[in-house]
Design a protein around this ligand. Structure first.
Ligand code: NAP
Length: 284
């Protein structure tokens, strides 16, 4: 990479960010597009988020992605919110528009694009279980509601946060029926009644979990099981269990690819080369 005084900067704010494949994927895209942009990982602890965002502005970054655990808090620190972020209350992409920071969210659309590459669904007939209630869960739940889903179960460690997401959906999508569960509650019936199951927690990242977070006995070949977590091996305990039951499975790489491509489009106005980005992710 030829970095000069003219190189523009973008990056990803999160904690941790060392696992992120975004720098690799973005820099491969900018190189192929012959754009003088460098994308860097920026580890930022929660207490420093405001300073970090102010720093990006002072240093004239063209923008940044935001990841765990900052997406919801970052939405409160933007100058403006695009509709995608206002609808979800979470920001995964900051766009520097002449010194004004505009928060966007490309996670929901990125997830739907990745899902539709794998399976064709009638959303009205596809009850879903979303595990997690953070930034990624909000984006995915709203994207599914927009797509026409009618039933959604929200499973989360903290019930308060799950109830907040339920409130958000009740206000904006009253036709979607929602139920809230604690992560340790009995999930068998919710899983059996569902078509789509989506993990949006970090549980399952390499090494931090030994068994599936959903009850394996209730999985069938009719389920579509999605893990937003991406791992070096390409699988997580939930994906392995679902494959054993011959369910359709989807890892986090496709969502990573599409949310990243949408962010690049927001920063540059150009559609990036998806195959170059896909190869950068898969060759790791
Ligand atoms: P977030 O806003 O911080 O939300 C984290 C969620 O995970 C919350 O629901 C949290 O529960 C739960 N959680 C965290 N640690 C947990 C633990 N040890 N046990 C049980 N639950 C736990 O983060 P986010 O931005 O939504 O990201 C979450 C994950 O989604 C990330 O790890 C990332 O891998 C994945 N993701 C992937 C993509 C992709 O492109 N593939 C895009 C976005 C996100 P509480 O509410 O109880 O704290």
């Amino acid at each position: 990479m030829d970095i000069s005084g003219n190189t523009k900067l973008a990056g990803i704010l999160g904690y941790p960010v060392s696992h992120s494949l975004s720098p690799r994927m973005h820099n491969a895209a900018y190189q192929a597009m012959e754009l003088d942009i460098c994308y860097v990982p920026i580890p930022v602890e929660q207490k420093n988020l405001k300073d970090a965002i102010r720093g990006l502005k002072v240093m004239e970054f063209i923008g940044a992605n935001v990841t765990i655990p900052h997406k919801v808090e970052a939405a409160l620190m933007m100058d403006n919110l695009a509709e995608s972020a206002a609808r979800t209350g979470a920001v995964n992409t900051i766009v520097n528009s002449d010194g004004t920071f505009v928060g966007h969210n490309t996670d929901g659309e990125g997830f739907i694009r990745s899902l539709e590459e794998t399976v064709s669904l009638d959303y009205e007939l596809a009850p879903a279980v979303v595990i997690g209630a953070g930034g990624a869960a909000r984006s995915i739940a709203v994207a599914l509601a927009e797509a026409g889903i009618k039933q959604l179960s929200i499973v989360n460690r903290s019930i308060d946060r799950a109830a907040e997401l339920q409130d958000l959906l009740r206000k904006s999508y009253p036709s979607v029926s929602t139920t809230v569960y604690g992560l340790n509650e009995e999930l068998g019936e919710a899983i059996e009644a569902s078509k789509l199951i989506i993990n949006t927690t970090p549980l399952g990242m390499d090494g931090n979990l030994k068994s599936s977070i959903v009850p394996v006995d209730n999985l069938t070949k009719d389920h579509v099981v999605c893990d937003t977590v991406y791992t070096v091996s390409g699988v997580t305990p939930m994906i392995t269990a679902a494959r054993e039951k011959r369910a359709t499975t989807l890892g986090g790489q496709g969502m990573l690819l599409h949310q990243g491509a949408l962010a690049i489009r927001l920063w540059t106005g150009i559609d990036p080369p998806l195959e170059v980005m896909r190869q950068a992710i898969e060759s790791k």
